[in-house]
Design a protein around this ligand. Structure first.
Ligand code: 4NP
Length: 164
């Protein structure tokens, strides 16, 4: 990961709708970085445009709240090509999101800045955070735990990065 000098690290979490998974990833990462005392810019976006301006899905808000995190102020936005200029790391929830993100970014795409969230979890064969949108409530706590585990590992990485 490359970081420009004199700038706090910046991370953009990306899923499809920016209402279920990436708002959780944004909220969880912000909370963990805050606890670790690491200054960072964290945001989230979707590859799709259906939910622009919407608050996170009620079940994402609910599972976040059950875990002590308030994500109700977040509003969905779409991934922009210039996000690749403005963020050090663009973290996709699944392989389809990464493929779509590459199409949106066009010439702005930087492979070195793009990764899958679950790449952060060592010793797992899982590559994609499942999309809970088309299922019921039960999917949300499962997705929360996966994202939480990956964000924990990401904070370790960012903490080593910050002290460089
Ligand atoms: P997300 O979930 O990508 O985790 O926010 C979805 C939200 C909305 C839709 C699909 C997935 N949708 O088709 O509207």
């Amino acid at each position: 990961m490359q970081k420009s000098n004199n700038k706090q690290v910046s991370v953009l979490m990306v899923c499809l709708g920016n209402i279920c998974r990436s708002p959780l990833a944004e909220g969880i990462l912000k909370q963990k970085l805050g606890t670790a005392g690491i200054a960072a810019k964290v945001d989230s976006a979707g590859t799709g445009d259906w939910h622009i301006g919407s608050a996170p899905h009620p079940d994402s808000q609910k599972v976040a709240k059950l875990n002590g995190i308030n994500i109700s102020d977040q509003r969905a936005r779409q991934l922009q090509p210039t996000d690749f200029e403005h963020y050090d790391l663009i973290v996709f929830m699944d392989r389809e999101n990464k493929k779509d993100g590459k199409k949106i970014a066009g010439t702005y795409w930087q492979e070195g800045k793009a990764r899958l969230l679950l790449d952060s979890i060592p010793h797992t064969n899982l590559q994609d955070v499942p999309d809970p949108y088309f299922g019921g409530w039960d999917g949300f706590p499962i997705v929360y735990q996966l994202i939480d585990e990956a964000c924990e590992a990401l904070v370790e990485e960012l903490s080593a990065f910050e002290s460089r």
